[in-house]
Design a protein around this ligand. Structure first.
Ligand SMILES: *Cc1c(COP(=O)(O)O)cnc(C)c1O
Length: 385
């Protein structure tokens, strides 16, 4: 994608994230145009669903408009509603907490571990109460949470467990693939995620009943137009329950069918970039690099540094941006977002929310880009300490 190999005066910006899409995706879009079915829940979505379920290693995949919709449908399919409490990993894009609010239930935020930024099972355990119905864990920045402990404690307390795998397509935990680490998992195909169609999502599960409930609710609560189109007799659907319009268009599904085949290559490239950042930045003053525990592999949706407390993150970010190096904070401490009106504390999440700095990570980065980012980070830190 990039032919920049040398340093110069007018360097092109190094973007924080960038999709890897090209001629194959365009050809797939042309093909779906010719097919005549562009709407959602059509033949191309069905093919994508089969292929994605196989790639994840699960039984069912439901293509949906985005991961937020997948999370909402997962909760609805589980029967979550007003009066229920769902324990949610605090350090996440607030879609996770929002999905709980959409059902009328209450999100109760659990703190995260300082090294992986994934939910702390001990914090989950401490929050279980009489109204608790389940837990949503998050694969933070593409790194799976500790599902062995989460599975054990949710089973012991009769709670459901959902994997927010928005960022983790292609990651693994104890040899199992992201999307199979909990009975239900939700993926995102937003432009900033590991594979993308601009917007999109999927709900995956081995549970046929959950898939069927979510499938019905994602298309207004009626049977699919695709299935009805195949029937000879005129079936007139009846609207018996309030469903949503959470369908993914077949145009997006066509793009995702190609993107899906790129997962291994994209993960390999991003892992090589992560390794290059380690060579360049390990031991640098003021920064802690992200960890990849021995029992899991990272999808590297984002590369997130933790800056020492004494460092002015805002000044580092401005210095990087002035050089055309994209950067941002990590993700959000949900409990600090006014929309939730919560008073419970998650001190580690709050601390990471203040200290995390995300630097460029995508499969199109060149080696020169990585070196330029590394040097930029070291210099910016040296200047702001
Ligand atoms: C991006 C993201 C979401 C939301 O995904 P959308 O497809 O944009 O709805 C949810 N959870 C996490 C952890 C995310 O990073």
């Amino acid at each position: 994608m990039s032919d920049r190999t040398t340093y110069g005066q007018d360097l092109a910006p190094v973007t924080l994230g960038q999709p890897t899409v090209g001629a194959e995706e365009l050809a797939a879009v042309a093909e779906v145009f010719r097919s005549g079915w562009l709407a959602g829940d059509g033949p191309t979505c069905r093919l994508f669903e089969e292929e994605f379920a196989a790639a994840v290693g699960t039984e069912h995949a439901l293509a949906v408009a985005n991961c937020t919709a997948a999370l909402h449908l997962a909760l609805l399919a589980l029967g979550v509603g007003p009066g229920d409490e769902v324990i949610v990993a605090d350090y996440t894009f607030p879609a996770t907490g929002h999905a709980v609010l959409f059902t009328g239930a209450t999100p109760v935020f659990a703190d995260v571990l300082a090294d992986t930024a994934t939910v702390d099972p001990a914090s989950v355990l401490a929050l279980i109460g009489p109204k608790t119905v389940g837990v949503i864990a998050v694969d933070t920045a593409g790194l799976p949470a500790d599902y062995a402990r989460l599975t054990e404690l949710t089973q012991r307390h009769g709670l459901f467990l959902i994997e927010d795998a928005a960022c983790s397509a292609g990651a693994t935990y104890q040899g199992a693939r992201a999307g199979t680490l909990a009975p239900i998992a939700c993926f995102s195909f937003h432009g900033r995620k590991g594979i993308t169609a601009g917007e999109g999502g999927a709900l995956v599960t081995k549970d046929a009943a959950i898939d069927a409930k979510a499938r019905k609710l994602h298309a207004f609560g009626i049977s699919s137009a695709h299935d009805r189109a195949a029937q000879r007799d005129l079936t007139v659907p009846e609207f018996a329950e309030l469903g949503h319009n959470y369908k993914l268009s077949d145009v997006a599904a066509a793009i995702l069918r190609v993107q899906l085949t790129r997962i291994p290559e994209l993960i390999q490239r991003r892992s090589a970039i992560a390794a290059a950042y380690v060579s360049d930045l390990a031991g640098s003053a003021g920064v802690t690099l992200p960890v990849e525990p021995d029992d899991r592999t990272h999808a590297w949706q984002s590369y997130v540094l933790t800056l020492d407390r004494a460092i002015d993150r805002g000044a580092v970010a401005t210095a990087l941006r002035e050089q055309g190096i994209g950067c941002t904070f990590g993700t959000y401490a949900s409990h600090l977002q006014p929309v939730y009106g919560t008073t419970n504390a998650c001190p580690t999440s709050a601390d990471l929310f203040r200290r995390h700095l995300t630097i460029p990570m995508h499969a199109n980065l060149s080696e020169a880009d990585v070196l330029r980012v590394g040097r930029g980070v070291r210099e910016a830190i040296a200047r702001t300490r």
